[in-house]
Ligand binder design. Structure first.
Ligand SMILES: [Zn+2]
Length: 616
C-alpha cells in the first residue's frame, strides 16, 4: 500500500474503454471471465464443506490432508476476493460491488469452517506435534503455520466465548489481513468522509473550485500561499465542525480494539495487535523513544523551510510546498522501468532479470494509467501461485517513478516468497510488508542523486528523500504515539471527547515540529480524517519498515553478500518470526541503531539541501 501518496484526481479523464489493453492488467490469470468468476463463486461454498471433517487429528496423515485442503481452498477463495477487489477498483458499479460483497461472504464461510482445524491443532501438545512431524515429513511445509497457532494457544477461550467473539467480529484471530473486513466504526468513518462537505476555495487563477479530499493534496502544495492556506484551513475547519461525530466514531473503534484484547486476556490492545505478527511491545517502544530522542533534525528541516520560503513562521499549510521551482521532468513508462532496473542492479542479475520480466507490459501485471472511476493511489496485490498485480495512477512525474519502484518491491517480495515457500508460510507479516517496497525507493533515490545533472534535480531528490522520511518515520511515529495514548486512555477508563483528542494531537505536532512551527486553531483536528487510525496499530510498521529499508540500502550497496542476505530474507516470506528474519539479514530493530541511522540520514540530507539552497 502506498500510504498517503494518493494523487489528486485530474479533470477530463479518459474512460477505461479508451485505454489500450496493454496498459491494463490481465485479470484472466485469475478467471477467464466474469462468468468463470460467477461459476467459482457458486461452487466454492459447497466445496468448503470438505473441511467439516477436520477437527481432531488422531494421526499425522489426517492433519496433513486437512491442512493441504485448507490452504488449497484458501487460495481459491482469495482468488475470488482478489478478482472482485480488482474489478471494483477499476470498474466500480452496484453490480461489481455486489460481486465483492459476495466474494467476502465466501471468505467468511471459509474462516468459520477453518475453526475446526484451528481448534484441533490447539488441542495438540508439543510432543504430539513433534511425533507428527517425524511421522509425516510432508507436514514440515505447514510447520510454521502450526507453530504460529500453538504460540497463542493460551489466548483461545472456551467454545461459547469463541462463538460470541466471532459474532462480534473478532479480528484478532482471523487469518486475514486485519483490515480486510472493516469494523462498523470504520464504515461510519468512511461514510462521514464521503458525506462531509468541504468549502469552495479560490485556486491560483482566482477561480472558485470545490475542495474535495482528492484534490486537497494538490492545493495543499500550491506555491500560492493563499491557496494552500485556504485548502488546509478549509479541511481543518470542516473537521472541527464534525468533531463530535468523528470523535464518537474513533472512540467506538478504540473500545472495540480494547474489548477484543481484553477478551483474550492481553494487558493492552498494543500487546494484542502486535502479537498477531509475533512482535514484542519493546519494538514499538524502542521506535517511539528513539524518534523522540532524534527530533532535532526535523526541527532543523522546519527552520530551513522557513528560511528558504522567506516566511516568519511555518504553518501546516507550508509543509508540502516544493522548495525549488524548476520544470519537473516527465518519464515514460519505458524510461521509468529502465531507471528502476538500473537502480536495483546492486541486488544482482537474477533479481533484476526477474523484475524486468514483471515490469514488462506483456506480463499483464500492471494497470498503469488513471481513468474515470478508477480507484486512486497505488498498490500491489497477490494470491499464492499467481504473479502479483499492480494498480497505478501513472502521470509520469518523479514521484510516480518512485511509486512504481515501491509497488514492484511489494510484488518482488511476494514472488520470491511464493517461489520459495509452501502456501502455509509464504505470507509475510504486515511488519515486513513495507520493507522491500521502501528499499527499492531508497536505492532509486541514491541512484538518481548519483546521476543528477543539475542542482535543481539534486534539490528535488533531496527534498523527496526528506519528505519520505518525514512522512514515513516522523509522521507515522507521531501517529503511533497518538494511537498509543488514545488506546491507553480508554484502557484506563477515561472518557475521551473531541477537544481532548485535538489537544493531544496539537501537543504532539508541537513536540515533533519544533519552535519554528505554528499550530493554527483548527490544526489539532487533523487526526479526525486519518484512515490509518482504524487500522489497529498498523502505522508503526511504516516507520520501522523505512528505518530497516534505509539500513538495507546501505548494506546492499556495500556488498553482494549483504544483498544476498536481504534477498534470502524476502524469500523466507512468513516462515520465521519477522524480527528474527530481519536480524539475520543484518538489521536489528530491538536496538535504536536502524532508526538512528535513518534519522542521521535525514539530518545529513537537511545539511546537503541547506548547502544547495542557500548558495543560490
Ligand atoms: Zn507499500
Amino acid at each position: 500500500m502506498q500510504g498517503e501518496a494518493a494523487s489528486g484526481t485530474r479533470v477530463g479523464l479518459r474512460t477505461r474503454a479508451e485505454i489500450d489493453a496493454r496498459f491494463k492488467w490481465n485479470k484472466s490469470r485469475l478467471f477467464e471471465s466474469n462468468e468463470a468468476f460467477e461459476a467459482a463463486l457458486n461452487r466454492l461454498p459447497s466445496e468448503l464443506n470438505r473441511l467439516d471433517g477436520c477437527h481432531t487429528f488422531e494421526d499425522a496423515a489426517t492433519l496433513k490432508q486437512c491442512l493441504d485442503m485448507y490452504f488449497e481452498l484458501h487460495t481459491s477463495v482469495n482468488r475470488l476476493t482478489l478478482y472482485a477487489n480488482m474489478t471494483v477498483d477499476t470498474e466500480p458499479s452496484t453490480q461489481t460491488r455486489l460481486m465483492q460483497t459476495r466474494a467476502l461472504s465466501v471468505l467468511s464461510i471459509l474462516m468459520e469452517k477453518a475453526k475446526g482445524i484451528r481448534t484441533g491443532i490447539l488441542k495438540m501438545t508439543p510432543e504430539q506435534l513433534a511425533a507428527f512431524l517425524a511421522a509425516e515429513p510432508g507436514l514440515q511445509a505447514s510447520e510454521a503455520y502450526i507453530r504460529n497457532l500453538m504460540r497463542r494457544s493460551s489466548r483461545v477461550l472456551n467454545a461459547e466465548a469463541e462463538r460470541v467473539l466471532m459474532l462480534a467480529g473478532d479480528n484478532l484471530w482471523a487469518e486475514i489481513d486485519l483490515n480486510e473486513i472493516p469494523s462498523d466504526a470504520e464504515k461510519v468513518f468512511d461514510s462521514i468522509r464521503i458525506d462531509m462537505k468541504l468549502p469552495v476555495i479560490r485556486d491560483e487563477s482566482g477561480h472558485e473550485v470545490q475542495l474535495t479530499l482528492s484534490n486537497y493534496t494538490k492545493y495543499r502544495r500550491s506555491p500560492e500561499r493563499s491557496v494552500r492556506r485556504a485548502a488546509v484551513e478549509g479541511l481543518m475547519k470542516t473537521l472541527m465542525a464534525y468533531e463530535n461525530v468523528f470523535a464518537s466514531t474513533y472512540v467506538a473503534q478504540l473500545k472495540l480494539d480494547v474489548l477484543f484484547a481484553r477478551a483474550r486476556h492481553y494487558d493492552t490492545a498494543l500487546e494484542a495487535y502486535l502479537d498477531k505478527d509475533d512482535i514484542p511491545v519493546s519494538i514499538y517502544e524502542n521506535l517511539v523513544q528513539t524518534v523522540n530522542a532524534n527530533l532535532a533534525p526535523l526541527h532543523r528541516y522546519v527552520s530551513l523551510r522557513k528560511q528558504v520560503m522567506g516566511v516568519d513562521t511555518v504553518h501546516l499549510y507550508d509543509m508540502y510546498v516544493p522548495l525549488a521551482d524548476g520544470v519537473p521532468r516527465q518519464y515514460t513508462y519505458e524510461e521509468a522501468t529502465a531507471l528502476i532496473a538500473a537502480a536495483l542492479e546492486p541486488l544482482g542479475e537474477a533479481f533484476v532479470s526477474r523484475l524486468k520480466e514483471e515490469m514488462s507490459l506483456s506480463s499483464g501485471s500492471i494497470d498503469l494509467y488513471p481513468h474515470a472511476d478508477k480507484s486512486s493511489g497505488a498498490y500491489s496485490c497477490s494470491v499464492y501461485g499467481i504473479a502479483p498485480f499492480i494498480l497505478m495512477n501513472y502521470h509520469g512525474g518523479l514521484d510516480d517513478v518512485s511509486t512504481l519502484a515501491h509497488e514492484f518491491g511489494h510484488s518482488m517480495h511476494s514472488i520470491l516468497a511464493m517461489e520459495a515457500q509452501p502456501p502455509g508460510s509464504f505470507h509475510y507479516t504486515m511488519f515486513l510488508a513495507e520493507i522491500a517496497s521502501t528499499v527499492n525507493e531508497a536505492l532509486m533515490n541514491d541512484y538518481m542523486l548519483r546521476h543528477a545533472q543539475t542542482d535543481a534535480e539534486r534539490i528535488d531528490l533531496l527534498v523527496q528523500k526528506l519528505e519520505n522520511i518525514r512522512g514515513t518515520i516522523y509522521r507515522q511515529t507521531l501517529f503511533a504515539e497518538f494511537e498509543y495514548l488514545t488506546h491507553t486512555a480508554i484502557e484506563q477508563g477515561e472518557a475521551i471527547q473531541a477537544q481532548w483528542l485535538s489537544d493531544l494531537y496539537a501537543t504532539l505536532l508541537r513536540k515533533y515540529y519544533g519552535p519554528d512551527y505554528t499550530i493554527d486553531t483548527a490544526d489539532g483536528h487533523e487526526w479526525a480524517y486519518i484512515p490509518h487510525f482504524y487500522y489497529k496499530y498498523y502505522v508503526y510498521s511504516y516507520a520501522t519498515g523505512l528505518s530497516s529499508a534505509l539500513s538495507f540500502a546501505r548494506l546492499i550497496a556495500a556488498s553482494p553478500e549483504n544483498a544476498q542476505r536481504y534477498i534470502d530474507m524476502l524469500k523466507a516470506g512468513g516462515s520465521k518470526n519477522s524480527v528474527t528474519l530481519l536480524r539475520e539479514a543484518g538489521v536489528d530493530l530491538s536496538t535504536p541503531a536502524p532508526i538512528e541511522l535513518a534519522l542521521k540520514e535525514f539530518d545529513e540530507t537537511v545539511t546537503a539541501l541547506e548547502a544547495l539552497l542557500l548558495k543560490r
